[in-house]
Ligand binder design. Structure first.
Ligand SMILES: Cc1cc2nc3c(=O)[nH]c(=O)nc-3n(C[C@H](O)[C@H](O)[C@H](O)COP(=O)(O)OP(=O)(O)OC[C@H]3O[C@@H](n4cnc5c(N)ncnc54)[C@H](O)[C@@H]3O)c2cc1C
Ligand code: SF4
Ligand code: SF4
Ligand code: SF4
Length: 464
């Protein structure tokens, strides 16, 4: 605490002690975008967390009010925006249609994260005058930047997912306050949570019409993950090379580092996730149940099963169904309805088991322990009847093990030994499947269950 604070000369603001110091910030930029005195700023080269010049802060707490780092009421807000034609699934949120598809522009499809639906849809909306501007995330000096634009070239150049925190609301909120307009934006769930909180607090933001192209979201990592990913490739970063992309090239793509002479090295998605997720994902992401982006007009993700370049799209509102149909009619994108088995095997189903359940379980545990955590309004017991308590033990222990590896001397050791970091990352990322004998035990369990079923049906048949 500064001297001025101690002497009571500076106002008390809640965002620092309740969000930033508690490691709950996700770097959305909402606080920076709303601050009336401009005393907040984010420098992604240092950290995704806002810096505060408290000597000029008035203590209005607007930054705290709009902050999604402390959670937001998903169930309540979904209840307000649903209509009768939308079916509500306890684990998948509001659904009108499940679609999968891709861009009909081969260049966009190749360079996109999944099938290029997001980029092609935004180009179509601009071309047909359905929106004035779109918000996209491009790259500048190795870091993502938000751009509010109507230039098709900028939209094309911004294709692909950026898996680091992006403070897009620091740009968007002041722009739309100054000049309301019709926009479409790609958003992660927490960015959208921050936007919704800001709209509640600042009436002028309601004058803009916003189509939200939500992204399924597993996690983002702090930017020091790039140093370690590069180290596993034998490169010193920053220094030797520039970082250009998380998912360069054909699906699923690779992290790419480019040298000054134009040559490059790449690390395919799956090994780079091993390094990045367990060791560098934000604490807030481990506690985030909203990976399905229930508040968006639509949620886009990877098909995963079979690993091809298609975008899975959950249409959540009427507007989503309409704009996608108009882009398809205009020959921009190809779409088809998903079969039940495709829905069951892809991110739509996965995200509730791998993100929602763990986060709800961890938040419940943190609450019990009196520790800081984001507050959401999901009814955990209704979502996962009977499973929550049992699974909580597993998910809490995995979380604790992960953060134990990230602490103290273990951190320093792993940073100096990138290969060991990759191996521990792999172990933690796929845990418990990486416990020796685990896969064999699961296969045995399946065999015993199948054998039991055969015996039971044989005796039933004999009896009949
Ligand atoms: C941080 C993050 C985590 C994700 N996690 C998962 C996951 O776990 N499982 C899954 O199936 N899918 C996940 N996705 C979604 C997936 O990576 C694709 O973005 C989605 O399938 C759309 O693909 P596309 O080819 O249609 O998009 P593209 O045509 O490639 O366009 C992507 C658009 O997203 C915008 N964008 C990129 N990064 C960000 C960002 N950080 N914040 C806001 N907008 C951004 C770009 O400006 C671009 O316009 C994630 C995306 C992000 C950004
Ligand atoms: S309390 Fe008000 S003035 Fe201070 S940082 Fe937050 S928004 Fe800005
Ligand atoms: S508003 Fe966003 S950037 Fe600001 S503290 Fe909260 S989560 Fe972090
Ligand atoms: S996992 Fe949740 S908290 Fe993390 S970036 Fe995605 S939406 Fe935000």
């Amino acid at each position: 605490m500064s001297n001025a604070h101690a002497q009571g000369r500076l106002p008390k603001i809640r965002i620092r002690p309740e969000v930033i110091d508690k490691n709950l910030c996700c770097g959305c930029g909402a606080c920076v975008g709303v601050c009336p005195t401009g005393v907040l700023s984010i420098d992604l080269n240092k950290s995704h967390v806002p810096l505060i010049d408290e000597s000029k802060c008035t203590g209005c707490d607007l930054c705290y009010d709009v902050c999604p780092g402390r959670g937001y009421p998903v169930a309540k807000w979904v209840g307000l925006q649903r209509d009768e034609a939308t079916r509500m699934f306890v684990d998948r949120g509001p659904v009108r249609k499940y679609l999968m598809g891709h861009s009909l522009d081969p260049e966009i499809r190749l360079n996109s994260a999944s099938g290029g639906i997001a980029t092609s849809l935004m180009l179509h909306l601009l071309e047909t005058g359905q929106v004035d501007d779109v918000v996209v995330i491009g790259m500048e000096n190795d870091r993502p930047v938000a751009r509010l634009t109507h230039d098709p070239q900028v939209v094309r150049e911004s294709v692909g997912s950026k898996y680091g925190p992006v403070p897009m609301l620091e740009t968007l909120i002041p722009e739309l306050r100054k000049q309301p307009r019709r926009i479409a934006m790609t958003v992660t769930p927490c960015q959208l949570g921050g936007w919704r909180r800001a709209v509640e607090r600042i009436p002028k933001l309601r004058k803009s019409s916003v189509l939200t192209i939500g992204l399924f979201c597993g996690q983002v990592q702090s930017y020091d993950s790039l140093i370690s990913i590069a180290a596993t490739l034998g490169i010193q970063y920053p220094g030797d090379a520039k970082f250009t992309d998380w998912r360069y090239g054909p699906y699923p793509g690779s992290a790419r580092f480019e040298f000054p002479d134009g040559t490059a090295v790449e690390k395919p998605l799956y090994p780079w996730l091993d390094v990045a997720v367990p060791h560098f994902s934000l604490n807030r992401c481990f506690l985030c149940p909203d990976g399905g982006n229930w508040l968006a007009d639509m949620t886009l993700g990877d098909i995963h099963s079979g690993g091809n370049d298609e975008t899975v799209t959950v249409c959540r509102t009427r507007r989503a169904v309409d704009v996608l149909a108009s882009a398809q009619d205009a020959g921009r994108i190809a779409l088809q309805e998903m079969t039940t088995s495709q829905v069951e095997q892809c991110v739509i189903r996965h995200i509730s088991r791998s993100k929602m359940l763990p986060a709800i379980a961890r938040n419940a545990w943190l609450e019990k322990m009196g520790k800081p955590h984001p507050a959401f309004d999901y009814d955990g017991e209704a979502l996962f009847p009977g499973r929550l308590k049992l699974m909580a033990i597993f998910w809490v222990w995995k979380y604790r093990l992960t953060f134990w590896c990230r602490g103290g001397w273990r951190r320093a050791f792993l940073l100096n030994h990138p290969r060991v970091m990759e191996k521990t990352g792999h172990f933690l990322y796929y845990f418990p499947a990486t416990i020796p004998g685990w896969k064999l035990a699961i296969r045995l369990k399946h065999k015993i269950t199948a054998f039991r079923k055969t015996i039971t049906s044989f005796f039933k048949f004999k009896k009949a």
